[in-house]
Design a protein around this ligand. Structure first.
Ligand code: TEU
Ligand code: CA
Length: 560
């Protein structure tokens, strides 16, 4: 397997709106990030993925871009951005920017032109269709509820928006549009950035006649059209073209966010001889608790289900491509609340999950606050929420659909995206030291206990454990490149595996429960001479014949 810096990297995701507010308007900004560069350096991460900072009316917090080559007013200026980049590079940290090119804002100059008339030169930059019998051109549902089509009176046609109606989809069939995107990407790369995280990049190629989706939920007005736009007919061609024209000219890192991709498809996107992207950011393990009706249809899952999914990616992509390792981001609930225990064993389980992420094959991603063990939040009222996905769903289900508000709020508490977006908890002063003003989204009330200042001061904190994991990955290439073999596949309590590289061997043992669990390992593992690389409890003498793992215990051993 080829070695690359982006395989050995640990990425830290900044969601700028919620990271640090420098000017007291309640909104995180670039100068706030600049003030925390030493914190990032201290943690030891090698790459920052910065969620969008481009000009935007903020219908979807910057994922609706009205100008790709300017900075959002609330976040600061291009000079601030340049200072941030220089500050990162001085500290040996690379920067990858979010590239959102499946759609723009409806306030982007291209769309403003496009909607003016049917013969406008920009008309074909977007996906316009006539209605069908006075209704939408097809039955697709938007990812943010309702129809994926919006009627536009000026020309009497509909435009496609897979996300909000302020996020019209770009028409990648149009070569001129593709040229403009490549030019814009080159402009950013020439400013010195180190790569791109590509938003829903496997949605850009749609089946041209946009067929109706199968009716899977007859009780719903719209249906998921995924099979007609996920991994669509020209997707590999477009990505290869982008690689040839832009990406291949730079030593950069590219990660494609790709909902609905499986390991075989991922091998095509990331195969090293194919010239598309370096790694995928996939969702199979994020869908583990989603039922047939989607993410809000929350279902229980077992540890064996989870291990099965994770292992499928570990073995399925080994030597064929490259994966991202994550359990949360700005769209997902907090990992300690979802996969661990955010009560009694918050610290132990946050460290245990971190151990999993940093000891598998792939590139680990840390989402801001994860290194503190930040948790989900339960705001009492829908008025406390800001996320468009959550608000649209609530309106559709409760206000228009008559669903039980309590039940819907429960789902929001478990799955809502604002769980991840409450401001970073820096200290125990008001609003967690995030702002001197009123934060755009309230701080999680547990900030008095969970915050960076306390974590930095406590050698046993989640933060210092992450720091050690990041160092270990630099010291031991086996953590990055080693083969993975699952052990104890049927255990509902323990996640155990072996990593192997060039005659070296590591053993990882993770207790996913709040109880002590006895761990029966094969003889060659219990007998071999080994050293503890990292663990989330005080080191103790172990009886390997009847090994007991304490609640949420994590252990990583190296064999001699
Ligand atoms: O998310 C794409 C995506 O797959 C979402 O539908 C995701 O599954 C959903 O948010 C989970 O609830 C990307 C961005 O990460 C997200 O923040 C944007 O809202 C979206 O694209 C549109 O740009
Ligand atoms: Ca601000």
């Amino acid at each position: 397997m080829e070695r690359h810096w982006w395989k050995e990297a640990v990425v830290y995701q900044i969601y700028p709106r919620s990271f640090m507010d420098a000017n007291g308007d309640g909104i995180g900004d670039l100068r706030g990030i600049i003030s925390k560069l030493d914190y990032l350096k201290e943690l030891g991460v090698s790459v920052i993925w910065l969620s969008p900072v481009y000009r935007s009316p903020n219908d979807d917090n910057g994922y609706d871009i009205s100008d790709y080559q300017n900075i959002m007013d609330e976040f600061g200026t291009m000079a601030d951005w340049e200072e941030m980049l220089a500050g990162l590079h001085e500290r040996g940290i690379k920067l990858i920017m979010d590239l959102v090119v499946n759609h723009t804002s409806d306030e982007h100059a291209w769309f403003v032109e496009s909607r003016k008339s049917k013969d406008n030169p920009y008309r074909d930059y977007y996906i316009w269709r006539e209605g069908k019998d006075g209704c939408e051109p097809n039955n697709w549902e938007s990812c943010f509820s309702g129809s994926a089509w919006e009627y536009d009176e000026t020309t009497g046609e509909y435009f496609l928006h897979l996300f909000s109606k302020k996020q019209p989809d770009l028409n990648w069939e149009n070569e001129k549009l593709r040229d403009e995107i490549y030019k814009m990407m080159t402009w950013w790369l020439d400013k010195g950035i180190d790569g791109f995280r590509m938003d829903v990049i496997n949605f850009i190629s749609k089946v041209p006649n946009l067929p109706d989706a199968e009716i899977v939920h007859p009780d719903r007005p719209y249906q998921g059209g995924h099979r007609y736009f996920m991994n669509g007919p020209r997707i590999h061609e477009f990505l290869h073209e982008m690689h040839e024209r832009v990406l291949s000219k730079y030593d950069i890192m590219t990660v494609g966010e790709m909902p609905g991709v499986d390991a075989d498809e991922a091998a095509l996107y990331t195969g090293e001889d194919r010239g598309e992207v370096n790694m995928v950011f996939q969702f199979e393990h994020m869908d583990i608790d989603s039922g047939p009706r989607g993410k809000w249809d929350i279902q229980p899952f077992t540890l064996t289900d989870f291990k099965g999914l994770m292992s499928k990616w570990q073995t399925g992509l080994n030597g064929r491509g490259w994966n991202s390792l994550y359990l949360n981001n700005h769209d997902q609930p907090r990992m300690v609340s979802r996969f661990g225990d955010d009560g009694t064993y918050r610290v132990e389980s946050a460290k245990m999950l971190a151990t999993l992420l940093h000891t598998m094959q792939g590139t680990p991603y840390i989402y801001q606050g994860e290194e503190l063990g930040m948790t989900n939040v339960q705001f009492a009222s829908i008025d406390d929420y800001r996320d468009i996905e959550t608000l649209n769903m609530y309106r559709t289900e409760v206000i228009e659909g008559g669903a039980d508000p309590e039940q819907v709020m429960r789902a929001i508490h478990i799955k809502g995206r604002d769980n991840a977006r409450t401001p970073m908890q820096w200290d125990d002063s008001s609003h967690a030291g995030f702002t001197t003003g009123t934060p755009w989204l309230a701080v999680n009330p547990n900030y008095t206990e969970i915050h960076a200042k306390a974590a930095l001061a406590d050698p046993n904190s989640v933060f210092h454990y992450y720091k050690r994991l990041i160092e270990l990955r630099k010291e031991h290439p086996i953590l990055v490149y080693g083969d993975y073999t699952l052990l104890l596949a049927d255990s509902e309590q323990i996640y155990a595996y072996v990593r192997e590289l060039e005659g070296q061997r590591l053993l990882v043992l993770l207790n996913f429960t709040a109880e002590s669990v006895r761990c029966e390992l094969p003889g060659d593992l219990t007998d071999g001479e080994k050293e503890l690389l990292i663990g989330n409890y005080e080191a103790a003498e172990r009886d390997w014949q009847g090994l007991e793992l304490r609640p949420y215990e994590a252990l990583v051993y190296r064999f001699f």
